[in-house]
Each structure stands twice: as C-alpha cells, then as structure tokens.
Write a protein that binds this ligand. Structure first.
Ligand SMILES: [Mg+2]
Length: 413
C-alpha cells in the first residue's frame, strides 16, 4: 500500500463558550466573573460554564450554584440560552467551512477540521480562523494543529484562551509524552487509576509499553490508547454533511417538588412525551420501544423498558407505554424526584416492519395526521401554544424544561 501523506488536522475549541456568548450578547458582563448556571430556584442548579475571571476565582464546571456563590460572592449568575449558543456554533462552523468540507463537531463548542487538501499551510489557516472568530463573532478559540485528531485535540488544550499550539511528528515526544495519561481522549477516570496502579503516569510511559501487554490489561480500549500515545491515531474527520442516526431520543426532568402518586407522575410523563413525539417527527424517526428511568427521593435510579407493538412517533402511545412501565414496576414507597422518558430502538422512515394482526393501523393514521397538524401550529406559534388538557396544570414541572436536557458539552472531558 502506498504510504499516505501526513495529514493536517485542526481542533478548534471555543473558550468558555456559553459564558463568552453571554458576554457578546450582554456586553456589560465583559471582564466580570460570570457563570452560566442551571436554574437556582430548581434543586439541581450547577455551573455549566464560567468566564476566565470566574475560573480564576476557583469556579469549576459542575459546581453547585450555592458553592460557587460562596467561593465568589460577586459572581454574576446567568441562566443558559442554548438557542443562542447553537446559533453561535453554526456561525463558527461557517468560518471553518471556508477552508474545508471536513468539519466534525464535538459538542457545541469544539470541531475537528481536516485541511490536508487546502493549499494554505495548517498554521496559516489556524491563525486566520483565530483572527476571524475574534473579529466577526467576538469570541476566542484555542486551536491545536497536528497530524491526527487526538493530538490536535490535545494541542487545543495546551494553550488558551486565544492561542494556537502545533504538535508535529518531530516534536510530539517532547510536547505530548510528559503529559499525564488522563489528557488523552477516551482515557477515562477508571483507566487512569488502573494505569497509575501499574506505575504508568505519563503518555510517554504508556507509549513505551509493549502493545500486547496494554491489550491484555485494557482490551480494545488499550489498543486504541496505545496507538494514540504513539501518534498513530488514524481516525478520519467526518464530512460536514455526515449524519449519524441518534440511538435514542429522550427527555428528563427533575421535578420542582417530589411526585407522590401515579396521577402526578402521569402529568410529567405526558409532558415529557410531547417533546419526544415532536422530535421524532422532526427527525423522521420511529420508536420501537420506550424506556423509563425513575429517580426517587434518595437519588436511587431504576430503569425499565418495553417493546412497542408497532413503531411510533405518537406522544400518546409513548406516554401510555411509560405509564404502564411505572404502574407495573413502581410502588411509590418513596416519592419520585426525577423522571426520564426515552424512545429507544429507533428506525428511520421506510424501514420495513412486520405487519401486526389486529393492530389498528387506521387509528395510527388518524393520530399521525392530528400530530402533524399540531406540529404546524407549534412551529408557527411556539411549543407552548397547544398541549393536552391533562398537563394544563404543570405545577411540579420546572418552568423552562429546555434547560434540563443533557448538554453535549458536559458529556465529554
Ligand atoms: Mg470550549
């Protein structure tokens, strides 16, 4: 096989992304200690992002709001506005796409770019992007420039904010190998602890181990980590139009007050299912199963799931399935604190399915037409304009549920 040419990969990471967006939207917040936090009135408020100044005051992501305020009494807490952050994210992508079609997002604020085929040098492109983001959006990015995705990501972490770090085949042993293993992508806490126990502390030490030893200790993940450590990551940057079908569509809430009985819980289930049905129809996906996760007042979580008779996008079918799971499995010995409903085993449109005898396909058809009509109304007048009567009184639901969904930015290291 012909030896492939050295790739030019950039990883661009928007600094303090949510907080920086808020500072562009509200210039009076500039140079202040700012934290974007989950709602303080609700019980689960935590810091989602902080400004440079708040960071210097010791505020960390994931810290409860009360603790953050204790640490930094003049901290300005603002609620998150994801619709704006996702607009900023799109504008960032537009800047990246001036240089390549290979732009792969990692959360809202990070992207890999493969600029191998661009005639400009990767360092020139990185510099132009850094400047353009600053001039056009008022945000700053830190960029890692390297010959693979893993080192590019490492590079973007090395100097920030508003900085560029280059890691080359010639300097990676000097720059990367002294770093702790935990800096490597996909080297999680457990693996790090396990490595420590084997007296492997740095990426260089990991790289120097025999591959079969690492594989024996860590399996498939060990195989990847060893290759990453040696600069041998060959994973590709996805095309900007690449679409990965989601594996599930879920919505969960921590309720403002605990739920004590099936009626109270049902209101929450119906409400959560509304969003799921809407999202399934928007993404042209069908659920073949439903899962329900119940967190009780002692924070103990239990999950249940069932298979549906026929694939569906209908919120009523989904909420009924969730209610059935709750009735069959939960005794209310402890009140419920949080509920999550998830549509699982998703199928794309047109996936052939086995017809089911005695299933009322006419009723499905009618529900589907009704749902589409309701979607049109929601698209025009907003999602709150129309809802089932059973959830007109949503006293135990948090006021703005959008804030409660899992944030992509919190899921990776
Ligand atoms: Mg970032």
């Amino acid at each position: 096989m012909e030896k492939s040419k050295i790739r030019a990969i950039l990883h661009s990471d928007a600094n303090c992304f949510y907080a920086s967006c808020e500072m562009v939207l509200q210039p009076e917040l500039r140079d202040k200690a700012v934290a974007v936090c989950g709602n303080t009135e609700e019980r689960h408020g935590i810091v989602l992002a902080k400004s440079e100044k708040a960071k210097k005051a010791g505020i960390t992501t994931g810290m409860p709001n009360w603790e953050a305020l204790k640490k930094c009494p003049d901290l300005i807490i603002v609620p998150p506005r994801f619709e704006y952050y996702s607009r900023f994210s799109k504008l960032l992508h537009q800047i990246y796409e001036r240089y390549t079609d290979y732009v792969e997002p990692f959360g809202l604020d990070e992207c890999w770019l493969d600029v191998t085929d661009n005639i400009k040098s990767p360092m020139t492109i990185a510099e132009e992007i850094r400047q353009a983001v600053k001039d056009e959006l008022g945000l700053t990015v830190s960029i890692g420039v390297s010959f693979n995705k893993v080192f590019a990501k490492l590079g973007s972490d090395m100097k920030k904010p508003d900085a560029i770090t280059e890691i080359t085949p010639d300097n990676f042993k000097l720059k990367v190998w002294p770093l702790p293993c935990s800096e490597l992508l996909y080297c999680g806490r457990q693996t790090t602890v396990h490595l420590e126990r084997l007296a492997v502390h740095t990426i260089g030490q990991l790289a120097a181990l025999p591959l079969d030893y690492v594989e024996k200790k860590f399996g498939k993940n060990g195989h990847s980590l060893w290759h990453f450590a040696n600069g041998l990551d060959e994973s590709r940057v996805a095309h900007k139009d690449h679409y990965e079908m989601p594996k599930s569509v879920g919505h969960g809430v921590t309720c403002v007050e605990n739920l004590n009985n099936i009626d109270e819980a049902n209101k929450v289930l119906v409400s959560l299912s509304q969003d799921i049905g809407y999202k399934l129809r928007k993404t042209h996906l069908f659920a073949c199963g439903v899962s329900l996760t119940v967190k009780d007042k002692n924070l103990v979580c239990q999950s249940y799931q069932l298979k549906l008779g026929a694939p569906t996008q209908d919120e009523l079918t989904i909420s009924r399935a969730a209610l059935k799971l709750l009735k069959e499995n939960y005794s209310f010995k402890d009140p419920i604190r949080a509920l999550t409903v998830t549509a699982i085993n998703l199928n794309g449109e047109g996936t052939p399915t086995q017809a089911i005898l005695l299933h009322d396909y006419d009723a499905d058809e009618k529900r589907s037409k009704l749902n589409c009509a309701i979607d049109d109304i929601k698209n025009t007048f907003g999602k709150e304009i129309i809802k089932p009567a059973v959830i007109l009184d949503e006293s135990k639901m948090p006021k703005n549920r959008q804030k409660d969904t899992v944030l992509p930015g919190l899921m990776h290291k």
